[in-house]
Design a protein around this ligand. Structure first.
Ligand code: DX5
Ligand code: ZN
Length: 228
């Protein structure tokens, strides 16, 4: 997985048909997804429950690009090996999920995965200042995590601050929540390169009619690239 700062669209399967994940993943990749974003929720760190490591392992059989797993769970550490065995490429944990995010990031890399760190909207950029050499991706939440389809919260100032802090380090800035052709350009202009989009990708399409997925992905990508 070579590093670059080109715009990458990572559809979140939180907005897919939960009874048909395999075909949904195949459809979004065929329609141009760069990464596949998988939202793991525990009903404790966030007020919603999705799926755990066995489901993620089953998704792996269908993901040909990059499997980007965002864990909204606390604690994280007891599950790191299970997500590694499931074939996770990038495992992103929240800085708010426990007192030892530094140890968590070391453990994620130690298990052979890329390590990501996510920040809730209320958490400052400075919270990751001492983690940047331990991480491959900083995920800036532009909604409070837990649900798809929420209203975008503008985090442009935080993204600019992170972009300056990261400098030349090979660290992605990912944006998660409310990304669509209107909001994505703001984040791309501020320095983001990975754009997660759930409802704005799956809107209007289905596994039987996946062409809208491609139109939606291309619209978000084109708007973001124009803003650079
Ligand atoms: C929210 C999740 C997001 C979510 C984004 O907790 O982390 O990945 O699926 O959904 P949209 O794009 O609909 O805001
Ligand atoms: Zn997510």
């Amino acid at each position: 997985m070579p590093f670059d700062r080109s715009i990458k669209i990572a559809p979140s399967i939180l907005s897919a048909d939960f009874a048909d994940f395999g075909r949904e993943i195949q459809a979004i990749e065929a329609e141009g997804a760069d990464w596949v974003h998988i939202d793991v929720m525990d009903g404790h760190f966030v007020p919603n429950i999705t799926f755990g490591p066995p489901a993620v392992a089953a998704f792996r059989r269908h993901v040909k690009t990059v499997m980007d797993v965002h864990v909204m769970i606390a604690p994280v550490d007891p599950f790191i090996d299970a997500f590694a065995k499931a074939g996770t490429d990038i495992l992103t944990a929240h800085v708010e999920a426990g007192p030892h995010i530094h140890r968590t990031l070391q453990a994620i890399r130690g298990a052979g995965m890329k390590a990501g760190v996510a920040l809730n909207p209320g958490t400052p950029a400075q919270s990751v200042a001492h983690l940047l050499d331990l991480t491959d991706l900083v995920c800036v939440m532009t909604v409070n995590p837990g649900f798809g389809g929420q209203k975008f919260i503008d985090m442009s100032a935080k993204v600019r601050e992170l972009r300056a802090m990261i400098g030349d380090r090979p660290v992605h800035i990912e944006i998660d929540g409310g990304m669509d052709p209107t909001t994505a350009p703001l984040m791309a202009a501020a320095g983001a390169d990975v754009l997660v989009a759930g409802s704005a990708v799956f809107r209007g399409g289905s596994v039987e009619n996946p062409a809208p997925y491609g139109e939606n992905i291309r619209a978000i990508r084109a708007a973001a690239e124009r803003a650079r």
